[in-house]
Design a protein. Structure first.
Length: 230
């Protein structure tokens, strides 16, 4: 009997050992689920999706898609001649055979930030677009801003320039947003914001002003820029 009881105990121990080894092989560690794009930094930028905060432009961007750099160096415009127009309150900005009346000198526009390399976004077809309410909000200054930079692009660069709106109001004025920018089309978008500056967002050129006067100043800074690249 004693031998029989010992055999039962040994068999029981073997069964327990086999079950324990089997469970050890089948149990897998729980992996933490990672949600791509689910993490946000203090500015609301999704780091896992490649976005980081750009202080200069006050926005989230991907470094391989957009530049965060804004320039203030007006030495790039040294090839432009600016004189006072005695017959009006305007200034005459000229380079070569091209001359344009503008409201501000380069010195007066020194604090308007402008991003470099915008010239590479200029295509054959150019739309200058804005929200339909912007004209009323700026008392018509947004229209002046559009005309001044559009004049330089149409006459000096021989581009087809057309006014547009971001919302459909009739069948005459085209509805254009930054999403319409392409390899054949340039979109220049006028907006109100916190600063007077000009920059690109993806393939769209943004003219930003704190008010109507600011839009004109930013637009003229861009006009000087395009003149300097002739």
């Amino acid at each position: 009997m004693a031998i029989l009881e010992i055999k039962k105990v040994v068999i029981l121990l073997l069964v327990i050992l086999i079950i324990g080894c089997s469970n050890q092989n089948t149990i897998q560690p729980v992996k933490e689920k990672v949600i791509v794009g689910g993490d946000l930094d203090a500015h609301g930028c999704k780091a896992s999706a490649g976005y980081s905060w750009c202080e200069a432009r006050q926005t989230c961007l991907r470094s391989w898609e957009d530049s965060c750099e804004l320039i203030l160096d007006d030495s790039n415009f040294s090839n432009i001649k600016v004189v006072k127009d005695d017959s009006s309150p305007m200034y005459l900005a000229s380079k070569g055979n091209y001359e344009y009346p503008l409201r501000y000198t380069l010195e007066q526009l020194n604090q308007v930030k402008l991003e470099e390399n915008l010239i590479f976004l200029i295509k054959e077809k150019i739309y200058l677009t804005k929200d339909p309410e912007l004209v009323t909000k700026t008392q018509g200054d947004s229209t002046i801003a559009s005309m001044e930079v559009g004049d330089v692009l149409a006459k000096s660069y021989k581009k087809e320039v057309q006014a547009a709106l971001t919302k459909k109001v009739d069948n005459v004025i085209p509805q254009i947003t930054c999403s319409n920018a392409s390899d054949q089309t340039t979109v220049i978008y006028l907006i109100l914001g916190k600063e007077n500056k000009v920059y690109k967002s993806y393939s769209c050129i943004i003219i930003e002003g704190v008010d109507g006067k600011g839009l004109i100043m930013s637009s003229e800074k861009l006009a000087y820029y395009f003149l300097s690249k002739l």
